[in-house]
Design a protein around this ligand. Structure first.
Ligand code: WQD
Length: 338
């Protein structure tokens, strides 16, 4: 009997794209999501895109009874853990929510996994654990630090996983450090669907391009970068989803908790992102320069060589594809979400 893969937060932006790839690859999937940041329509879209069914359980990862019930009902071979809160600014206003959902939620998941003898985990970590790196590109052995409760919760979870893996043999944990996920499924049926005003550059820029917002405020043009604006490692969400499958497949060969960067290894500035999306949409996108955003760093992009070595994975979709798929979603998918 094929063991199932439990995907917490599998209805979210990265989770939904990963569930499609898991199903297409033939895995049995159980999704657990409280739908706090996803619409129910995503579930049918996943089934349609993969042309395969999966089990969905509407529950919060902090609900330990629901977690135990999932492991009782299904033979879970591994967990891909996306569920959590992820807005940097919000985390400074609501630290208790972030530590409870992110850290305590993961603690309960690990205790339940241990109780059922499941020691295979792919964890959704973040490049934010590098704080303000002294140099770029960033390698996994660089110093770790956090500048906000969201980043600190991710760093604490990584430490929890490292301590657990050191305490007893048999744990195989991939700590996937995402850089900046953007874009959408090429079908236009799945994509980033932020509630309210988007915190991140790409969803905001797409809404300006669609005429939903008057202009983009560029947070600072006085950084020590080629054009003065922030440089980031943007990667296509489908590349990122495939990185999770590669990590799942590589787990048997991993020992303990292993951090792995998932990025393209190339940095683009805010102005380069605006120009790239203008090429896609075919018209200028209004922007203006404002003050730096507190907590922002100048440059952040990955050295992705460990992912290539350990997972046989590297990003393959270019910036124009990220913009094209993001724009397609903005025009078709996002609008039709109900
Ligand atoms: C990108 C660049 C901004 C908005 C965050 C989290 C990180 C991860 C990804 C979860 C920066 C500039 C942005 C705008 C702008 N999330 N910008 N105007 O800050 O690199 O990373 O999201 O894991 O943990 O920290 O992404 O998209 O917010 O910003 O000029 O309206 O765009 O200054 O240079 P960031 P971002």
């Amino acid at each position: 009997m094929l063991k199932s893969i439990l995907v917490t937060g599998g209805a979210g932006f990265i989770g939904s794209h990963t569930v499609v790839e898991l199903l297409v690859a033939g895995h049995q999937v159980v999704v657990m999501d409280n739908l706090s940041n996803a619409k129910p329509s995503v579930l049918a879209r996943i089934r349609g895109l993969a042309d395969r069914d999966f089990t969905f359980i509407e529950a919060d990862v902090c609900d330990r009874d629901s977690l135990r019930e999932v492991f009782h009902q299904h033979d879970i071979g591994a967990v891909i853990h996306f569920a959590g809160l992820k807005a940097v600014g919000e985390s400074t206003r609501l630290p208790l929510d972030y530590y409870r959902n992110n850290f305590c939620g993961t603690l309960g998941l690990l205790e339940t996994m241990k109780g059922f003898g499941c020691r295979n985990l792919v964890f959704s970590s973040s490049a934010t654990v590098y704080g303000d790196p002294a140099e770029v590109p960033i390698r996994e052995e660089f110093p770790l630090s956090a500048t906000n409760p969201y980043g600190r919760s991710k760093l604490m979870i990584e430490d929890l996983c490292r301590d657990l893996a050191s305490s007893e043999s048999g744990w195989r944990i991939a700590l996937l450090r995402y850089f900046n996920p953007v874009g959408a499924h090429p079908s236009g049926l799945l994509g980033e669907d932020p509630q309210g005003i988007p915190n991140n550059l790409m969803p905001y820029l797409l809404q300006v391009a669609a005429g939903q917002r008057p202009s983009l405020e560029v947070f600072g043009q006085d950084y020590p970068t080629p054009d003065g604006t922030g440089v980031r490692d943007y990667l296509h969400v489908v590349d990122l989803a495939k990185g999770h499958l590669a990590a799942l497949k590589a787990l048997p060969g991993l020992q303990g908790a292993v951090p792995i960067n998932l990025g393209t290894g190339k940095g683009y500035s805010v102005l380069e992102m605006i120009q790239a999306l203008e090429r896609t949409v075919g018209h200028p996108i209004p922007w203006r320069v404002g003050p730096r955003r507190p907590g922002d760093i100048a440059q952040c992009y990955a050295d992705p060589s460990r992912a290539q070595e350990l997972l046989g994975w590297r990003a393959s979709l270019d910036l124009d594809t990220m913009c094209r798929d993001g724009w397609n979603w903005q025009q078709n998918g996002a609008a039709s979400q109900f």
